[in-house]
Write a protein that binds this ligand. Structure first.
Ligand code: UDP
Length: 336
């Protein structure tokens, strides 16, 4: 199996690459290293079945060349992270819309099957009890840069669906909900690596807004195998699937759990959204997935408990030895 992973040097992408190599695939990573890093692939770099193409999904010719002869493509290359999107809306729109269109074209030309990695962000401010794949999207103004990511990914999904219905492209869409784990960086705003890093350094944990907004964090090691099984499942084609965590937790509660699990003496501080992001920033108050469709079709099971996720992120970030003692883990950073 010759498999292309766009964004394969990123957080989720690199875990996917490790998984595919273990399964025996020949893997080509296409990554512009803007937010990804070859460091994420350290475990796999020695594998002769892995090759890395340094380039962007915006480069049509390169993409056509890379995808030619491939059996399947996992498309994860994107501008991600709320902070990055708020700070650089143009770049994120270009990569997330034109880049994905290029990937769809290349797969259509080569006959490769495609897994398009979308996002739970597309549901926007819908606070339903459980967001089903057919739930309505409740988005703020497109003039507010936070919503440009959801807007772009929504267009990507519509494009993918049209390629499926008009060109017969074998494409499946997944919508991850706050996937977390080792190698995720806090640099672009993601809350778990941010808070765990702060706890390990003994700094105050920055909780934005009143901290009562909730999320359901899912472990990358649970999400990645489900992505592969969904692409391999013929009846999944043309459809979208939620992949999210089982436990709804407020950010205040998350901060308390991070302090407890890492044994940190840090405090929690609340920071206004306007100071954390930009004036007029709108957050999602609540985001809870219904992942029953992926569970029923491919046995998706977000089994890894939040405390265990925090422990693994702390271990990866290489906390001081007393923190590692508190988390009961060995001092081996980044090997998950
Ligand atoms: N958040 C926070 N402190 C941080 C980073 C994020 O309180 O240092 C909040 C953020 O405002 C949001 C939640 O944590 O309410 C999840 O943020 P993240 O960017 O990880 O994911 P998303 O907003 O896309 O769900």
């Amino acid at each position: 199996m010759r498999t292309i992973v766009t964004g394969g040097a990123g957080f989720i992408g690199s875990h996917l690459v490790d998984h595919l190599l273990r399964a025996g695939d020949e893997v080509v990573v296409l990554d512009d290293m803007s937010t990804g890093s070859p460091r994420n692939l350290l475990d796999s770099l020695v594998d002769p079945r892995l090759s890395i193409v340094h380039g962007s999904v915006l480069d049509r010719e390169l993409l056509l060349d890379t995808v030619r002869g491939a059996d399947r493509v996992f498309h994860l290359a994107a501008a991600v992270g709320v902070k990055l999107i708020v700070d650089h809306p143009l770049a994120s729109l270009r990569v997330n819309i034109h880049g994905t269109e290029n990937v769809l074209d290349a797969c259509s030309a080569s006959g490769a099957s495609l897994l398009l990695v979308s996002t739970s962000e597309i549901y926007g401010k819908n606070t339903s009890d459980r967001l089903h794949e057919n739930s309505d999207r409740v988005l703020g103004s497109p003039l507010r840069s936070r919503w440009t990511y959801a807007a772009a990914k929504g267009i990507d999904e519509a494009f993918a669906h049209a390629y499926w219905s008009e060109h017969g492209l074998d494409v499946t869409i997944v919508r991850p909900f706050n996937t977390v784990g080792p190698r995720q960086t806090g640099r672009y705003g993601m809350v778990v690596p941010n808070l765990v890093g702060q706890a390990l350094r003994g700094e105050p944990l920055t909780v934005y807004g009143d901290g009562e907004q909730t999320r359901c964090f899912s472990y990358v090691g649970d999400v990645v195998p489900a992505m592969v099984r969904l692409l391999e499942e013929p009846s999944a084609t043309g459809q979208a699937f939620n992949l999210g965590g089982a436990e709804e937790v407020s950010i205040n509660a998350l901060a308390r759990r991070v302090i407890q699990v890492t044994g940190s003496s840090s405090d929690v501080v609340h920071v206004d959204y306007a100071d954390a992001y930009a004036a007029g920033f709108e957050d999602m108050r609540r985001r809870v997935p219904d992942y029953g469709k992926a569970a029923a079709l491919v046995g998706f099971d977000p089994a890894t408990h939040l405390d265990e996720i925090i422990r693994r992120v702390a271990e990866h970030l290489g906390g001081p030895s007393d923190v590692r003692a508190a988390t009961g883990q060995r001092a081996t950073a980044g090997r998950h």
